[in-house]
Design a protein around this ligand. Structure first.
Ligand code: DAT
Ligand code: MG
Length: 144
């Protein structure tokens, strides 16, 4: 998901390009301004953290772009494309390392496990909103 800072800074295209360039496939996408209810469900694991209230206020402050992304090892690869939680600690070459400075404005979200990906996808997309198609050139990305 491209968070409110990424959308508001005009980084949607750059973020999507990195996902496409890697060879991953976008199978669902929507612009959505999270309401408090959805934001709290999405970040439920952090409800007792000191930064929870500011996180909810930030994530509901402007539109985000939610994406469903498919590919071999997609969860692990996306986490490596986005980088470390704190942009200051994130290597140059990652989205957070290249575009961010403070942890509370780290541009993107990505699920950290298959289980959280399933849970989060269900929060944002219905079955019908996820599409099946073949990306041209997949035979040049995957060995089999
Ligand atoms: P990630 O987004 O890398 O999965 P997370 O799940 O630990 O990181 O935290 C969710 C978001 O909460 C994170 O993207 C930014 C914010 N956050 C995390 N740790 C924080 C902290 N120490 N202070 C302020 N915001 C923080
Ligand atoms: Mg997380």
């Amino acid at each position: 998901m491209i968070k409110p800072d990424g959308v508001s800074r005009g980084l949607i295209g750059k973020v999507i390009s990195r996902i496409e360039d890697k060879g991953l496939k976008i199978v669902g996408m929507k612009m959505i301004k999270l309401d408090e209810n959805l934001a709290k469900k999405h970040y439920a694991e952090h409800k007792d953290k000191p930064f929870f209230e500011s996180l909810i206020s930030f994530i509901t402050s402007a539109p985000s772009v939610a994406m469903a992304i498919e590919g071999k090892d997609a969860v692990r690869i996306l986490r490596s494309i986005i980088g470390n939680t704190d942009p200051k600690e994130s290597p140059i070459g990652t989205i957070r390392g290249d575009f961010g400075i403070d942890v509370g404005k780290n541009i993107v979200h990505a699920s950290d496990s298959i289980e959280s990906a399933k849970r989060e996808l269900e929060l944002f997309f219905s079955e019908e909103e996820l599409v099946k198609y073949k990306r041209a050139g997949e035979e040049w990305i995957y060995e089999s």
